[in-house]
Design a protein around this ligand. Structure first.
Ligand code: SF4
Length: 360
């Protein structure tokens, strides 16, 4: 059944929100099977209670007529559109270096980070999808855990979305955290740029979920991360997470070379040290990821964020072959080495007991 064309309120207004408020979609699509699951019904109740317009669609692949006059407008509206469906593929992708597998609970993100690889990987389907068949996804995860036992298997929940930004709608992250809490040989990990951690604070997690906050130099957050929570909000949330007993970490990504980057990253680490409560500091982890882009990403970003100041000059980068033939441009070795050692020194100076898990 093809979907109907509707025009949500934002179609005629421009938005560039900082996400201090919880996400409320402007348009919701349900795949019919989704309503056979308790989570599908629960989301339908939420949608109707909020008075949000919704439609039924046979499959998200049939959503081709989102409102909007231009491609950019359609893209912005898609980012405020939620599709509630059933996850069909239960084969998990690998997720090196942060975990063994990516666990799928959603796809797409409400944020507008210019550099985000979802801009490219989701191509023409940037709307947000959430999956209601949590039991199926969990049973698949259990099989992976069993296969690798007694090795511990880590699952990354943020490979295709920022799950915390959708938690008030789905509850899927809480569900996974509690289930993983009972698994001796399983670990969950997720990273977020949002601060709405309240639903997670009283869960029985058994320290088997690593919560990481994505942070960056002020310049990068202000230039390239519209639609995400402010730095101060993320840090305050990190303090709450540490006090709730979760293992806490930070991902600094993308590490970006700009004029004044040394000051920017020095200030970032200092601010972290000043703002975090003492109990959050003793066992921190850091993951460091330098900025990279593909040729396809560059052309997509230039179309969607035409005024972006994101530097993507191939001639100033090193080409690195990728797994599926699509190579990416990273910083040349010398620059990457300087970034890595400078930021690592800052981290160890302010957090001497922390661990840097990798620089990539
Ligand atoms: S918050 Fe994360 S997942 Fe969302 S757009 Fe930004 S980088 Fe991408």
């Amino acid at each position: 059944m093809p979907t109907q064309k509707v025009v949500p309120a934002s179609a005629t207004t421009s938005r560039s929100p900082r996400a201090t408020l919880k996400f409320v979609p402007e348009l919701v699509y349900f795949e019919p099977d989704a309503l056979d699951y308790p989570k599908g019904k629960q989301i339908m109740d939420w949608v109707t209670a909020q008075g949000i317009e919704y439609q039924m669609t046979t499959s998200h692949n049939r959503i081709t007529n989102l409102p909007g006059e231009t491609d950019v407008e359609k893209y912005r509206i898609a980012k405020r559109t939620l599709v509630v469906g059933v996850r069909k593929t239960l084969h998990f992708d690998q997720s090196k270096p942060s975990a063994e597998y990516a666990i799928p609970i959603g796809t797409g993100c409400i944020g507008h980070c210019h550099y985000c690889y979802l801009q490219t990987t989701l191509g023409a389907k940037p709307y947000i999808r959430v999956y209601v068949n949590t039991d199926d996804v969990w049973n698949a995860a259990k099989r992976y855990i069993e296969e690798r036992k007694p090795e511990v298997t880590r699952f990354e929940a943020s490979c295709t979305s920022d799950p915390l930004s959708l938690e008030h709608i789905t509850g899927s992250l809480s569900d996974l955290i509690e289930r993983m809490g009972q698994e001796e040989f399983g670990r969950l990990r997720f990273v977020t740029k949002y601060h709405h951690v309240e639903p997670l604070l009283h869960l029985n997690h058994n320290r088997r979920t690593d919560v990481r906050f994505s942070v960056n130099a002020d310049y990068v957050i202000h230039q390239f991360e519209p639609g995400t929570s402010r730095f101060e909000e993320r840090i305050e949330a990190a303090g709450k997470i540490a006090r709730a007993g979760y293992p806490l970490g930070f991902i600094i990504a993308p590490i970006y070379w700009y004029e004044g980057w040394e000051d920017g990253y020095t200030t970032l680490i200092k601010r972290l040290a000043q703002s975090l409560p003492e109990e959050a500091k003793w066992d921190l982890t850091f993951e460091l990821i330098q900025h990279r882009f593909t040729k396809t990403a560059k052309s997509v970003i230039e179309k969607r964020y035409p005024k972006s100041k994101l530097e993507m000059k191939e001639e100033e980068r090193k080409y690195k072959w990728g797994r599926w033939g699509q190579g990416k441009y990273v910083y040349p070795d010398e620059k990457a080495g300087v970034l890595k050692s400078f930021i690592s020194e800052q981290i160890y100076e302010h957090f001497p007991t922390s661990r840097i898990l990798y620089f990539t």
